[in-house]
Design a protein around this ligand. Structure first.
Ligand code: ADP
Length: 255
């Protein structure tokens, strides 16, 4: 069975001033798939994720989530930026986990997870607490629910951030180098949670430099080079048959 396309990017372009960072990105993420973006620093991976999550506005091309354009609406043949309300509604369908965990320091692990559930999804506190407990359990932190971020390791904080994102039941989860700020010994516990999420059928778009993880967990790998998709395919194709010297040299850094 071929799963339906959840996210489709067509010819996405983005410049910062004179610097064109995305030069026409085409890619798709099917329901239940893990798609990983790899490539050298500066190739545009984070900018693409930020466009998907409407933290940046793309200049041209389309990003469609479940067929709906992200970030703008078309009115009388013209593109217009979505209202803030519409942006918030779209954003509720997309979760994002960042390199810096972005937990609220004055809230406990449980309260961090509960916040979006009550404020955005309108759950009661009791419902939100139950859901938070469930997801904190899934990431192995049930016993830490009353802890504040400063009482948790970086790996534990990142797992809270993941519980917070997934508790919102997003259609799509974005991960932006979520292990890059961690001490090496804490990376594995975070990757393990990501792998479990992938195996549970979550649709994920992942930027990562953890090549073993990318190779192991992804359904599809996209190599970005200087703002373009240079090669895309299954992990076996991309890792086993790099078509360009630039991809060979990029992969060579991880040996
Ligand atoms: P990657 O995630 O692949 O490392 P990025 O998307 O972070 O790449 O960055 C791509 C390029 O865009 C870099 O040259 C970066 O300096 C530039 N860039 C990213 N964000 C901004 C911004 N807000 N203003 C100006 N330049 C930016």
């Amino acid at each position: 069975m071929v799963e339906q396309v959840l996210l489709r990017a067509i010819g996405v372009r983005k410049s910062f001033g004179a610097l064109e960072v995305l030069k026409g990105i085409d890619l798709e993420v099917r329901q239940g798939q893990v798609v990983s973006l790899i490539g050298a620093s500066g190739s545009g991976k984070t900018t693409f994720l930020r466009c998907v999550n409407m933290l940046e506005e793309h200049d041209a091309g389309d990003i469609l989530l479940d067929g709906d354009p992200i970030g703008y609406r078309v009115e009388g043949g013209k593109r217009r930026r979505m209202s803030e309300t519409a942006v918030s509604a779209q954003r509720a369908r997309i979760g994002m986990v960042f390199q810096q965990f972005n937990l609220f320091p004055h809230l406990t692990a449980e309260e961090n997870v509960m916040l979006g559930l009550t404020k955005v999804l309108g759950k009661t506190k009791a419902e939100a607490r139950d859901i938070a407990g469930h997801w904190l359990g899934k990431v192995g932190l049930e016993a830490r629910r009353g802890h504040y971020p400063y009482q948790l390791s970086g790996g534990q904080q990142q797992r809270v951030a993941m519980a917070r994102a997934v508790a919102m039941e997003p259609r799509l989860l974005l991960f932006d180098e979520v292990t890059s700020a961690l001490d090496p010994e804490l990376v594995a516990e975070v990757l393990q949670v990501m792998k479990a999420l992938a195996e549970s059928g979550m649709t994920m778009l992942v930027v990562s430099h953890e090549m073993l993880f990318v190779r192991d967990v992804s359904h599809h790998v996209v190599f970005m080079d200087q703002g373009k998709v240079a090669q895309a395919g299954s992990p076996a194709e991309v890792f086993g048959n790099p078509e360009s010297e630039r991809l060979r040299s990029f992969l060579g850094r991880f040996h």
